[in-house]
Structures are given as C-alpha cells and as structure tokens.
Design a protein. Structure first.
Length: 191
C-alpha cells in the first residue's frame, strides 16, 4: 500500500518562518492578532524575487521578508490593495529599493498593474490576472513555469470568482497559493 498525499498531514504554518513550497515559491505567514498564522506573503524566485502581498505594517514581518530576500527582491505586487495585504508595501519598497507594481490609484506605486501585466525575471515569468476587470484593485498572479496561481484571498473554500476560470484556462493551473492557509498542490480541478 502506498501513502497518498491525503494521508500525509501537511506541516503546520508557523508565522515568521519561511517554508519552501516548490522550487520557486516560499511562504512566510504574518503573525495574526492572537499569534496564529495571518496573511501569507510569498517570495517567488531565487536570483530575482517578487514579493506577493507584503502584508501588514509589522516590522518583524518585514524584517523576515528582507532577511529571506535581501537585495534580490526586485518587485512587490499586490493581490488586493486593502490594508491587510498592502500596508507594508511602501516600507518594504523603502528597505529594498524594489519596484512596487500596484493597481491603479495605489499611492507610491512605480508601475500600474493591469490585466496581463508581466514580470519577466531571469528564472520565471509572472502574469497578472484581474479578478473581474481589475478596477477594484483585486488581482491574482500566475507563475507560468510552475503553473501556480497566487490568488490572495480571492478563492476561499473552493469558491472561485466567476470570471477567473476562463482567464486562467490557457495556463493549465496545477497548484494554488492562497492568502491564508495551506498551499494547494492539486488545484487543477478548480479551473
């Protein structure tokens, strides 16, 4: 009898600790209000790094991000412009010199994010996918080389926004990195 993925429990999410989820993706959860895991921040890449959702304005969380990425952090992107996802963006930009790519109207952004916006790094490409039309500042990102959707909290309990499956169909999504909770290795059935 072989052990299946469903029989092996996933390791717990420990706030403030970097965990490799794939060859190109690491997760660092912010500390939630009661010390439990809060928002997931993702570091994508090795030689050049994109930070997805820098999270709260919390010096400890930003210290961990800078410690893990250092001068290799080149870009900061947001799945959502609301405070839990973006409050630390400007401070992280100041600390790292990274380019902040944010939806229209986000003060301090270096580039305006739009549907289909691409970041071409040395090892990977990330493509922005607007949730609906993007006017509300809500985006997901596809890490093309790993067919991973970095979706923030736009997918909760397998509830996928109506417009998203058609937009990501050509990417043949395999895995999903949500804003809270565990990385999903077999997410293809949602799309």
């Amino acid at each position: 009898m072989s052990i299946t993925e469903e029989q092996v429990p996933l390791p717990p999410i420990t706030p403030g600790v970097a965990r490799a989820l794939s060859p190109l993706v690491r997760r660092i959860a912010a500390v939630g209000p009661d010390g439990e895991p809060g928002l997931n921040t993702y570091l994508v890449g090795i030689d050049e790094i994109v930070i997805v959702d820098p999270g709260p304005m919390d010096d400890g969380h930003l210290d961990v991000l800078c410690g893990c990425g250092g001068d290799r952090i080149r870009w900061i992107v947001l799945t959502d412009t609301s405070e839990p996802y973006s409050a630390g963006a400007m401070m992280l930009k100041e600390r790292t010199g990274a380019e902040l790519v944010a939806p229209p109207g986000f003060d301090g952004a270096d580039q305006v994010l739009g549907d289909g916006y691409k970041i071409d790094a040395t090892e990977f490409r990330i493509t922005a996918v607007a949730i609906d039309d993007g006017s509300d500042g809500k985006f997901s990102f596809v890490l093309e080389q790993e067919r991973t959707l970095l979706c923030g909290d736009h997918i909760v309990d397998d509830s996928v926004p109506e417009s998203l499956p058609a937009k990501v169909k050509s990417f043949r999504i395999k895995s999903m990195a949500p804003g809270h909770g565990q990385y999903v290795e077999d997410a293809g059935g949602l799309f």
